[in-house]
Each structure stands twice: as C-alpha cells, then as structure tokens.
Design a protein. Structure first.
Length: 396
C-alpha cells in the first residue's frame, strides 16, 4: 500500500513538472515572437482601443544604407499628422501613425506592409520610399484594398500595380526625359555619359535619359554602381576616356556627392546632371565644391517664398532641428492628400477611400498642385534646380 502511494505521488510530481516546463516554453516562444515581429515606431499595445483613432502607416527604410530617405519621409508625414491632430483630427478622431522599418529590403517591405495591415489595422499607408520596396509591398496592399501613396517611388511600373496604389512624385520617365532635352537644347551639351545605381530607380532614370539623349545628342558611355558603394574611380576612369561634356548621375545624393568628388579628383570636367534624388542639403554638405554647378530635377524648392512652403519649413525645423529635403516635403504632401481623402470618406478606408483619392485634382501642396491620372500616377510640374554658391537656385 505504501509503495503504491509512493509511485502515484512520483508520477504526479513528474507530470506537474512536465506541464510547468511546457508552460515556460510556450511563454518564452510567445515573448520571443512578439519582440521580433515589430519594428514599428508606435507600440500597438499603447494605442487607444476601439474606434478612438484613425490609423495610418508609413513604410520605408529607417535603418541601413538608405535610412536617410525613409527618416525624412517619416518626418514629413509626422508634421502633417501633427497639424491635423492639433486642428481636431478627422471627425473628432485623432490620427495615429505606425511606422515600419523596411531597411531598404524587399522581403522586409513585404513583412512590414503585412504587419501594418493585419496587426496594426491601418486603413492607409504612405510608402514605400524606394521603388523596389513599393513594387514588393504594393501588390499586398492592393490585394487587401488598403490605399498606399508613395511620395518617392518613381519607377515606371508603380502605377500598374493596381487601383489602390497612388504616387505624388514625378515619374523617372518624365523627369529624365525633360532634363535630357533641357541639357541639350538650353545648355548646349552634346556628349553625355551616364552612371546609374543598380536598382529600379536608377535603371528607370537611365533608360529614360538614354533614350531622349540619343534623340537630341549622343550618349558616349554608360556605367553602373550599387547603393552603398564609395569608390567609383574605375567607372570614372573609363568615362573620362570618352571625353563627355556632361555626366548624368541616376541615383541618390549620398553616392552622387562622392561621384562628383572623385570625378573632380580625376580631372573629369563634365557638367554634373541628376534627378530628384539629389535634392537634399546633404548633397552640398557631403560634396562641397565638387557639386557646385550641378543641375538636377526636383519636386520641391525650400526657398519658395509662398506661405505654405515657409510654414512647413518652419514647422519641420522646430520639430527636427534640420532643413527639410524633397523626401520630407513630398511625404508631407502625400500625407495631406491622404488625410483629406480620409476626411472626405468619413474616416473610412477601402473602396470609399480609394474613390476619394481618385477624385484628387489640383491639390495645392508645397510641392506644387497635384492631380491623379486614371492609373493613380501624379500629374504635376517639374522643377529644375542648380547648385550656386553652395545653395539651390531655381532654373525652371
């Protein structure tokens, strides 16, 4: 009798121990999963419950080689959200912003947009920032009927993703074509070399510029590089051998500044041309005298004297203690367009919001008036800027 009781007790103790260990394992697994799934700047556990807020998201690189573009985009959206919340929100509801870090990676972009839609329950997203991440995340948003508006994805395929995808920046085709024509006809340049970043953005710019430049002048050489590279001497040595009178850099200001510096060091005397990826105070900060005289297309000019532009510049400086760049300005306009459409849709997402976005016509933004074509692409004017005495001046 005693032996039986002892055996039973031993079995019970072992069973309880196994249950306890299983419980700990489940707890650790759950905790680990929770900590790794979110890179959001807003903790969803801290959000007001129910219908207290209208949730929107941002999607872009906040860390990694392209983080500067994503951070500026996020900052621009935050300024717009601050403005509308201070004015009472939308239908009495405050707007809550969730920001996801893609690290500039397409897989991360897919994970981030899925989290924003399924976990955070946003009704709309400003993003992606890079064309490559928008090409990946866009179809996911479109299938979920979540409106996405990109303020900087300029690749030619963006409008073809679906009717829930919009952008308020000029396409690569438009800006590259117009700059090639301007450089040949207005500046009298005849021999062009091209160096482009090996991603969707750079390739789209290269293709459009090359096509137009061949029509109005001559393209003597084309070279490429990858984002994050810092040594361009091999490409520039080859370019110099063709004797171009202009070098079109189809990429962002971080690498463009280094390319201009190394071109100057090698004695390559060619007019530096670029696209909207040049537009940032950091171009001059990083490139110094080597970018003096550079000419590029842009969608924003911070020295525009209009009240709307200067009010934005002031608000941005007060909040972040820095000058806003094109990424911030276009993101601010994208958010304002989106928030206006949400208001007109009575705070609803989905089909109601898509319909209101599609109605946008001549929206008076700080980057110019914006309308949407039938496919959601931006219809707006292009700006051409030049670096003079370390500052940006407007040519057109």
């Amino acid at each position: 009798m005693f032996k039986l009781s002892k055996t039973l007790i031993l079995l019970i103790v072992m069973a309880l121990t196994l249950l306890a260990l299983a419980g700990c394992g489940q707890s650790q697994s759950s905790s680990s999963s929770g900590s790794s799934s979110s890179t959001s700047s807003s903790n969803s556990s801290e959000q007001p419950k129910g219908d207290d807020v209208i949730k929107i998201g941002t999607l872009g690189p906040l860390t990694g080689n392209t983080a500067t573009y994503g951070i500026s985009t996020k900052n621009g959206v935050e300024v717009a959200v601050d403005e509308i919340n201070k004015a009472g929100g939308i239908n009495g509801k405050q707007v809550k912003l969730f920001s996801e870090d893609t690290r500039g990676d397409q897989t991360e972009a897919a994970n981030a947009v899925t989290k924003l839609i399924e976990q955070d329950k946003v009704i709309a997203i400003v993003g992606g920032v890079l064309s490559s991440e928008t090409m990946t995340a866009g179809p996911i948003g479109n299938d979920a009927k979540v409106v996405m508006i990109s303020s900087s994805s300029t690749a030619s395929g963006i409008p073809d993703i679906g009717k829930y995808i919009f952008r308020n920046c000029l396409s690569d085709d438009v800006q590259a074509t117009q700059l090639a024509e301007y450089a040949a006809k207005d500046l009298g340049l005849k021999k062009f070399a091209i160096i482009y970043t090996n991603n969707d953005y750079g390739l789209s710019l290269k293709n459009a510029f090359e096509k137009k430049a061949k029509e109005v002048a001559e393209v003597v050489d084309i070279e490429t590089y990858n984002d994050g590279e810092s040594d361009f001497r091999a490409q520039l040595t080859k370019i110099k051998g063709f004797g171009p009178d202009a070098l079109y850099i189809a990429g962002y200001y971080t690498e463009a500044a280094k390319i201009a510096q190394q071109a100057q060091e090698q004695g390559l005397k060619a007019q530096i041309l670029g696209a909207d990826g040049f537009y940032s105070p950091k171009l001059v900060e990083l490139g110094g005298k080597s970018v003096e005289g550079a000419i590029f297309t842009a969608g924003f000019f911070a020295d525009d004297p209009s009240d709307s532009v200067q009010n934005f510049v002031k608000a941005y400086k007060e909040k972040y203690n820095s000058e806003p760049d094109m990424f911030a300005a276009q993101a601010y306009d994208a958010a304002k367009i989106l928030l206006t459409a949400i208001k007109n849709a009575n705070g609803e997402g989905g089909e109601a919001l898509q319909a209101e976005m599609a109605k946008t016509k001549d929206f008076p933004g700080i980057t110019g008036n914006t309308s949407f074509a039938e496919n959601g692409d931006a219809v707006k004017d292009i700006i051409i800027l030049k670096v003079e005495n370390g500052k940006f001046t407007k040519l057109r």
